[in-house]
Design a protein around this ligand. Structure first.
Ligand code: CU
Length: 446
């Protein structure tokens, strides 16, 4: 399939990254309790026993930034795991046993359904009443990335609980995985009874689930990691439309292998996953011959991810500049389903947008700790040509994601990993006038 006229026109779009990258505060309560059960240790060479706690609750979250499309921004009465949409990405190695505790701190019945395995009482928690908790075990037999989601009360209301934000990803690393910079991206739809549509928004109201919009499959927003246009500062090379002045960006080194654990939570529509200016290789399912991820598709353009599915997408971004991951269904781009990727020489191994880092293969922890380690060591990264500073958060050794700051800093770079190593401020500084146009005439800050 050749690139369409629509894509050609999109290729001409420049994402102006003039605004510095400040933190999006909505992950601030993304708390994961996780530890390895060291006393149990190795299970006869069959992998390790690891543990994760997910806390179900009802939480108000911001789901769209304040921009022309959504004046005043949009907040929503969400249902969440660990306080955020999506829930945290949980990472284990193939053969590991994952002990899961689901604590219900909400006011309604919740539950959990893991697609990474099967069996009643294994993949499914069963209903967990408010105030209760439940612990059970799942064996990571098959590598890949899989969704987990709430199943409500024995499926009664599952449609609303998923729509409201109760989903996340579990990564099962294969034994022979190639090293890559890895990211967690979850696409999903939102059906909001307070949302009056583009350029109107909610007039300050906080919305809730809209069953009518849901049945007619007409979402107001398509979100990446819980927010529309979360990672898209602006579109337009000549006529600029600012979409998110606080957008964090995905940063990579030109030419490095990147691996994207892309989940489509749906709940109704698929994702036509594509990198503008990029190509993708899809690895998913298990290749029995080498016990690794099976390669489904190589050097292709767009990959269909149906609702309630995840795909492992690999790509390299050969030249400095801006690339854009999209749900290539154009209505879904307008509704928010896109994210900017910047290939820049001074990208670091730990400059992840908040909440997108995945614990690598062989990690002791089920959540990402890499960024914290780098921050604690006082890692500093500076772009000499930068006008604006950008600050990311890190994960500390307890597996708790902590937003360390939310301020934009001009003409500075900073690293302030503190003594306990739980404050990482990687600066991925972008030039104030960095334009990465899709024709390869990118101006980079290096
Ligand atoms: Cu639920």
């Amino acid at each position: 399939m050749n690139r369409s006229l629509v894509l050609t026109s999109l290729l001409a779009v420049t994402f102006l990254l003039a605004s510095s990258v400040a933190l999006v505060p909505y992950f601030s309560s993304n708390v994961v309790s996780a530890q390895q059960d060291k006393d149990q240790g190795q299970d006869q060479g069959q992998g390790q026993v690891k543990h994760v706690t997910l806390i179900a609750s009802e939480t108000q979250v911001q789901v769209a930034p304040d921009n022309a499309l959504h004046p005043g921004g949009i907040t929503y009465n969400a249902y969440t795991f660990n306080g955020t949409i999506p829930g945290p990405v949980i990472s284990i190695d193939q053969g590991d046993t994952l002990n899961i505790t689901l604590k219900n701190e909400g006011k309604t019945i919740h539950s959990l359904d893991f697609h990474a395995g099967y069996g009643p009482g294994k993949a499914l928690s069963g209903s967990v009443k408010p105030g209760d908790s439940k612990t059970w075990s799942l064996k990571g037999e098959f590598s890949g990335v899989f969704i987990y989601h709430c199943g409500a009360d024995g499926l009664n209301g599952i449609w609303e609980h998923i729509s409201n934000g109760m989903y996340g990803g579990i990564v099962v690393h294969p034994a022979n995985e190639e090293k890559a910079k890895e990211f967690y991206v979850v696409f999903s739809e939102l059906y909001n009874n307070a949302d009056k549509g583009p350029f109107v928004g909610t007039n300050g109201a906080t919305g809730s689930f809209d069953i009518g919009k849901f049945i007619s499959k007409n979402p107001d927003l398509v979100m990446t990691n819980g927010m529309a246009h979360k990672y898209v500062p602006a579109v337009g090379e000549v006529n600029k439309l600012e979409l998110n002045k606080n957008a964090e960006l995905f940063k990579v080194k030109p030419g490095e292998l990147t691996r994207w654990y892309v989940i489509n939570a749906g709940p109704n529509d698929g994702v036509s996953f594509h990198f503008i200016s990029g190509m993708i290789t899809v690895k998913d399912g298990t290749n029995q011959a080498n016990n690794g991820l099976g390669t489904q598709d190589r050097n292709d353009e767009t990959w269909w991810i149906p609702p309630a599915a995840g795909s492992v997408i690999e790509s390299t971004f050969p030249d400095p500049g801006v690339y854009v991951g999209v749900d290539h269904a154009m209505a879904d781009v307008v509704k928010g389903g896109a994210f900017a990727v910047v290939a820049m020489e001074n990208s670091t191994a730990t400059d992840y947008p908040t909440g997108t880092c995945v614990a690598p293969a062989g990690s002791e922890s089920v959540v990402c700790e890499e960024a914290a380690a780098a921050g604690g060591a006082g890692t500093e990264q500076t772009s000499s040509a930068s006008e604006d500073g950008a600050n990311d958060n890190g994960n500390d050794g307890d597996g708790q994601t902590e937003v360390t700051q939310n301020a934009t800093m001009l003409n500075t770079s900073a690293s302030s990993g503190n003594a306990t190593g739980n404050a990482t401020m990687m600066t991925g500084n972008m030039t104030g006038n960095m334009t990465g146009n899709m024709g390869g005439n990118s101006t980079m800050g290096n």
